[in-house]
Design a protein around this ligand. Structure first.
Ligand code: PLP
Length: 328
């Protein structure tokens, strides 16, 4: 729901461009180099979306008849149209995702298939951090990645929201992603760019991913205007994520005091609440007052996901709390 800021639009307007299909866009190259450097990876590739990034990663890591392991609630497995299976003939092996977003290392261990003609070849383990806002520590991630290493798997991080984790843990992006061969991160969403993700990893992997980006229609031309938004976000919109986290904590506290609202969880910039009453109706009433929410009605209870971001101020948070108190 973020909109590019005035300063970001200026950076986009002033961007130097070239033809990125031929690797000639200096702004795209600067963005790719900046991400590779921050994450301590050899190379990086600018792509249109997180979905395209994860798809290119799957297809670069795995071939036809190979398999990847991911949590059953992982974005890559559940919310990306099954692209790895459809376009890559890659079999997913979902394993239960724990409440903190990690997968149980023992379950991963038991899910890796032996080298036998009955089975798909297990090639890749995919983790996600943050998940529903929840951050897993580097040590916690290592418990899972060690199992993957034991079996010789490659390891990919869907780090669409990794910068929230980096800021929350107060560590460097390089440390946050150190256990992973390859990483996907989004410049959109919380970082405020209108489009774009970056995939990073070893140079030969990025070389391969580049081909899949082309085949999936993601080789774009003078896209320095978009990369400029991403560079602006990297330079200006990361440290401030801490404000989103404190706003979300205040939002959870304020909403928790309202009769008829139950706070189901809060982590980094996300708050999950259950509300009494008719949720679509509440959503419409909130929207009338200028408060846009992403609400997913469920048969058992009405859970709303409230996400704090750079267009939401501390004052806005108080307005939201007061409006909920009035409406619920
Ligand atoms: C949003 C998201 C994606 C996909 O990004 P798009 O740019 O929407 O395709 C992937 N993984 C996670 C964890 C996400 O939150």
């Amino acid at each position: 729901m973020t909109k590019p800021t005035e300063a970001m639009r200026q950076a986009m307007a002033n961007a130097e461009v070239g033809d990125d299909v031929f690797g000639d866009d200096p702004t795209v190259n600067r963005l790719q180099d900046a991400v590779a450097e921050r994450l301590g990876k050899e190379a990086a590739l600018f792509v249109a979306s997180g979905t395209q990034s994860n798809l290119c990663a799957l297809m670069a890591h795995c071939g036809r008849g190979d398999e990847y392991i991911a949590g059953d609630m992982a974005h890559m497995y559940r919310w990306e149209g099954g692209g790895g299976a459809v376009l890559g003939s890659i079999q997913p092996q979902p394993v239960p995702m724990l409440p903190d977003g990690l997968v149980d290392p023992e379950v991963v261990d038991a899910s890796v298939k032996p080298d036998d003609h009955h089975f798909a070849r297990t090639k890749l383990l995919c983790l996600e951090n943050t998940k529903d806002g929840a951050v897993q520590s580097v040590d916690r991630m290592r418990e899972a990645t060690l199992v993957g290493r034991k079996h010789g798997l490659s390891i990919h991080l869907d780090g669409a929201r990794m910068w929230n984790g980096v800021v929350e843990l107060g560590i460097s992006a390089e440390e946050f992603t150190s256990e992973f061969d390859t990483v996907s991160m989004c410049l959109s969403k919380g970082l405020g760019a209108p489009i774009g993700s970056v995939l990073s990893g070893p140079a030969d992997f990025i070389h391969e991913a580049h081909k899949w980006r082309k085949m999936s229609g993601g080789a774009m031309r003078q896209v320095g205007v978009l990369a400029a938004a991403g560079l602006h976000a990297l330079d200006n919109h990361i440290d401030r994520l801490a404000d989103d986290h404190s706003n979300a904590a205040r939002l959870a506290e304020g909403l928790g005091n309202i009769d008829g609202v139950t706070v189901a969880g809060q982590a980094t910039n996300m708050v999950f609440i259950a509300v009494d009453g008719d949720v679509p109706d509440l959503q419409a009433q909130l929207l009338e007052r200028g408060i846009r929410t992403l609400i997913t009605p469920s048969p058992r209870r009405s859970i709303a996901r409230l996400v704090c971001h750079l267009d939401v101020t501390a004052d806005d948070v108080e307005t939201v709390i007061n409006t909920f108190a009035e409406l619920v």
